[in-house]
Design a protein around this ligand. Structure first.
Ligand code: CA
Length: 222
């Protein structure tokens, strides 16, 4: 899924149309509010981000995306109407993966999109963390136990990933809730216990690596 954040309707529709005819799924969004709403539902593989937008501009949006752990790794291509070098440099320094200057040809546009997706795919494949017999692949959302794929729900995966990223440290139930379920999650810490239980079960012999620290939370062994 590719999100195209662009306030000019004609351009937005053209971008979405071009991506869809190339075989991608794409969604056009007019401003930062629409983007925020969509990000809560689904994280895209790539964001095309116009700079001059009503309300919050592309630079502000980019900064927010890059400072949030859940959106940090989504590649961003900045779309700028000004050819000034200034915009390009600012965009790249802020963590954009590429930029494209309007007006641009659709062939070039698609080539850029494909190149950025290829790079990010490669990076995410390299993002594999090991923990004993477990290997956790954050890009593919995949866990393997002795090379065999383990079928986890999204929350179970995120829980395991969080514990492994903090290997050796005790994470409190509240920390886990905030990180995995989000700050605005309106639930109980018991949710964490329930997920740890199913996760341990699914991880079989590797499950007892998740240690309960009484009255505090959970820790995964080094
Ligand atoms: Ca614009």
């Amino acid at each position: 899924m590719i999100y195209c954040v662009e306030d000019e309707r004609n351009i937005r529709e053209l971008l979405v149309y071009t991506l869809e005819t190339t075989g991608f799924s794409a969604k056009g969004l007019a401003d930062s509010r629409e983007l925020s709403a969509e990000l809560k539902k689904e994280l895209p593989d790539l964001i095309l981000l116009d700079i001059m937008l009503p309300g919050e501009d592309g630079f502000g949006i980019l900064k927010k995306l890059k400072s949030n752990p859940s959106t940090r790794d989504i590649p961003v291509i900045m779309v700028t109407a000004k050819e000034a070098e200034f915009d390009k440099v600012r965009g790249l320094e802020g963590g954009a993966d590429d930029y494209i200057t309007k007006p641009f040809g659709m062939m070039e546009f698609v080539a850029r999109v494909k190149a950025v997706l290829r790079r990010s795919q490669k990076q995410s494949e390299e993002r594999e963390v090991r923990c004993g017999p477990l290997s956790i692949h954050s890009g593919k959302h995949e866990v393997k136990l002795n090379g065999e794929k383990v079928d986890l729900t999204r929350k179970e995966f995120e829980l395991l990933q969080y514990l492994v990223e903090n290997k050796g440290l005790v994470m409190t139930r509240n920390q886990i809730l905030c990180h995995v379920w989000g700050y605005d999650f309106d639930g109980e810490t018991r949710t964490v216990d329930v997920h740890v239980r199913t996760l341990r079960h699914k991880l079989k012999e590797a499950g007892n690596r998740i240690e309960t620290v009484r009255g505090v939370g959970y820790r995964i062994e080094e």
